[in-house]
Design a protein around this ligand. Structure first.
Ligand code: PBG
Length: 333
């Protein structure tokens, strides 16, 4: 009946026409680049499990941060690998800890670059869980107290945004209270609010040396399912996000991104604060490995993936592709 009055292909006939009607715009302004910092000197070691990513030491990270800032990326997200681990992850709040020093180095070199820090214990505990273990269980409230100490120490070191990724109940409230009581009224909280127990964290866990200890095989501590969300749940994700906002989160995150685009979409419809999505290590490495095997065009797949996350409603995208995407965007201008 409508044919040929309506021909959808009219608006696809040239790149200029496609640009004119393009619904979603990617911007370097929305990207966050994760960085790994470990104890040592003069390090820039390639991470085996994550092509194109490196372990830096506090003395080399500022140069990398400067490169990130030069590309126009507004923020980095820091993960730390301490020199020693213990039962409670005490290096995580050490005044002279690896992340605390890295923040100082970055702020000295590139003060305008936002420094976001991951708040969790899994890289710092000898058993690899995101919290302390009491009587064979991850102890929620005891962990929250420690996380508040970690967040406070990062704020004291000059972090702009703290990002709790542990999934303990009530941790945003503990952190917000600790920040307020100590005068850090302007440190923002980006909570990993809807974080699922995902297989896609695999490459990160080898990079951050943060997997639960193999000694737990066959027990309820073998994985993170008692605190991270069941991948089948989306309504529960809304409840998690609502709680974190009420407890004082400024930005809420959905993680991972690709298998959870529906969760991002629902969150964007329902909440008014900025929504971040974490394009995690396994999603990154699926594209890197497929490209490496000659199966797809890396840049095109990367941009398509970022479009999908943005189209679903994410305001902020945390991605290991940030630098490559920024370069690609500059080229296509
Ligand atoms: C720490 C943390 C993890 C990631 C970010 N923070 C791993 C985990 O929960 O086991 C994953 C990031 C990625 O896969 O890129 N809790």
């Amino acid at each position: 009946m409508f044919f040929p009055k309506i021909r959808m292909r009219r608006l696809r006939r040239s790149e200029s026409m496609r640009k004119l009607v393009r619904e979603t715009a990617l911007s370097v302004d929305d990207l966050v680049y994760p960085l790994f910092v470990r104890e040592g000197k003069n390090l820039k070691q390639p991470i085996k499990s994550m092509a194109g990513c490196f372990h830096f030491s506090p003395d080399t990270i500022a140069a990398e941060a400067a490169e990130v800032a030069k590309l126009g990326i507004p923020a980095v997200l820091l993960f730390g690998l301490p020199k020693k681990k213990d039962d409670i992850g005490s290096e995580a709040w050490a005044e002279n800890g690896v992340v605390q020093r890295a923040i100082g180095e970055i702020k000295k070199a590139v003060p305008q670059l936002l420094v976001i820090t991951d708040i969790c214990l899994c890289e710092y505990t000898s058993h690899g869980h995101c919290g302390v273990i009491t009587n064979g269980k991850v102890d929620n409230d005891a962990t929250c107290e420690l996380l508040a100490k970690v967040a406070l120490s990062h704020a004291q070191a000059d972090a702009d945004i703290v990002a709790p990724s542990d999934m303990m109940d009530g941790r945003v409230r503990y952190i917000r209270e600790a920040l307020e009581e100590n005068g850090f009224h302007n440190v923002a909280i980006m909570s990993y609010a809807a974080k699922h127990a995902s297989a896609f964290y695999g490459p990160f866990r080898s990079a951050a040396e943060s997997a639960p200890s193999p000694a737990f095989t066959g027990t309820s501590l073998a994985d993170r399912k008692t605190y991270q969300m069941d991948p089948a749940n989306a309504y529960q994700a809304m409840a998690e996000i609502a709680l974190d906002i009420e407890e004082g989160a400024d930005i809420v995150m959905v993680k991972p991104a690709l298998c959870y685009l529906d969760v991002i979409y629902r969150a964007r419809q329902r909440f008014d604060c900025p929504i971040a999505a974490y394009n995690v290590s396994g999603e990154y490495m699926m594209v890197q490995s497929a490209a490496q095997a000659g199966l797809l065009d890396k840049n095109a797949a990367m941009i398509e993936m970022l479009y999908s996350i943005k189209r679903a409603g994410a305001d902020i995208i945390i991605t290991y592709f940030a630098k490559e995407a920024a370069r690609q965007m500059q080229k296509s201008k």
